[in-house]
Design a binder for this molecule. Structure first.
Ligand SMILES: NC(=O)c1ccc[n+]([C@@H]2O[C@H](COP(=O)([O-])OP(=O)(O)OC[C@H]3O[C@@H](n4cnc5c(N)ncnc54)[C@H](OP(=O)(O)O)[C@@H]3O)[C@@H](O)[C@H]2O)c1
Length: 327
């Protein structure tokens, strides 16, 4: 098998392509031939040792995969030929990966394998955030920051599918045009516009929910656009800065600052996580969710894909197709 491995915690430049012996599944495991592995921000953080999960070096990043089972260990409910998707944590940017069967979900017939590798991480995060943590109601207005990115673009589609109105916020006109294609009804370019003022204007005085995977200097102006009963969903800090927001704002705004840790929640609540995935599969099957894969790379392109993410050049989802030649 071949894998894109990180050999030192020095970011995308430290990726090397290596040949490794083919692994053999032990009890309860499956060996999956990876056809599609979605690129997510934690993959990038892991290349610099900045994520909570810190595998020993060398390791292959890649937290979600989809592919075909080639061998199943004793006791696995899966068999060779089954199409599965799985959250691997790391290891997905490889032609083959060993996964515990409990981490695998059969890919629905309605979903092609390439898309299945780019689905669970972002859509399940955004669904859990908006539904379980944000209690988003029909007719409410959601302000999505980093809206053209992976979790941001998934949040746009899910919020609209749930009957909400979406104001997308991003750093360029090109990214906002992409968000408009996804269904956002208005856009704010926060590289040139006043985020708080525009969000209040576009929200008819205030917004109900903020979906915030960026943090940094955007968090406070976004929070200030919330109305009474508003919820600021803390998804992540792609800006690299954890904001320090004045505590009294929660009192003055009568709003909630709500933490979202989807991975930990899904581990602690596996049945509810599967229920959420089923709801997402159903929304996809009826055409309400149409994930956008905007770039595809072979293993040789992993370093470039990670560098693009670090430089904010990505819209929607990028996938790694390990069996593909070149980048
Ligand atoms: N809490 C959870 O359960 C959970 C689950 C999954 C992901 N996350 C977090 O969500 C965040 C986004 O993940 P993602 O996979 O959607 O990433 P992504 O596709 O790269 O999107 C991140 C967006 O953040 C914006 N951004 C602002 N400053 C940035 C910077 N310095 N570097 C990179 N991007 C920057 C970019 O949009 P603009 O250029 O338009 O500003 C970019 O589109 C990450 O922090 C990730 O760890 C959290």
């Amino acid at each position: 098998m071949r894998a894109a491995q990180i050999t030192a915690l020095q970011g995308p430049d430290a990726i090397e392509i290596v040949e490794l012996p083919d692994p053999i599944p032990s009890k309860g495991q499956v060996l999956v031939a990876v056809e599609s592995a979605g690129l997510n921000f934690p993959d990038l953080l892991m290349t610099r040792g900045l994520y909570q999960l810190r595998p020993p070096l060398p390791f292959s990043p890649g937290g979600e995969i989809a592919g075909t089972v080639v061998a199943a260990g004793e006791g696995s409910p899966f068999a060779a030929g089954d199409r599965v998707m799985a959250l691997t944590g790391f290891g997905g940017f490889s032609t083959h990966v060993l996964v515990g069967s409990e981490r695998c979900v059969p890919i629905p017939d309605s979903m092609p394998t390439d898309l299945a590798g780019a689905f669970a991480f972002t859509y399940a995060t955004s669904y859990h955030a908006l539904v379980d943590r944000g209690a988003l109601a029909k007719g409410e207005t959601v302000l999505v920051l980093g809206a053209a990115g992976g979790v941001g673009s998934a949040a746009i589609e899910i919020a609209i599918a749930l009957g909400a109105k979406v104001i997308a916020a991003a750093s360029s006109a090109e990214k906002l045009a992409f968000c408009a294609e996804l269904g956002a009804s208005a856009g704010i370019d926060y590289s040139t516009e006043d985020l708080k003022r525009r969000a209040k204007q576009l929200g008819g005085g205030s917004v109900d929910v903020i979906y915030d995977p960026v943090g940094g200097e955007l968090a406070e102006p976004a929070l200030r656009a919330l109305g009474p009963g508003g919820r600021h969903l803390v998804i992540g800090f792609a800006s690299g800065t954890i904001p320090r927001v004045p505590w009294n704002l929660a009192l003055l705004k009568q709003c909630s600052i709500v933490g979202v840790a989807w991975g930990a929640w899904a581990m602690a609540n596996p049945r509810r996580h599967v229920d959420n995935l089923r709801a997402l599969f159903a929304l996809h099957a009826k055409g309400a969710l149409r994930p956008r894969i905007t770039a595809r790379h072979g293993l040789d392109g992993v370093a470039q894909a990670l560098a693009d993410m670090e430089a904010r050049r990505i819209k929607g989802k990028v996938i790694i197709e390990p069996s593909r030649g070149g980048s």
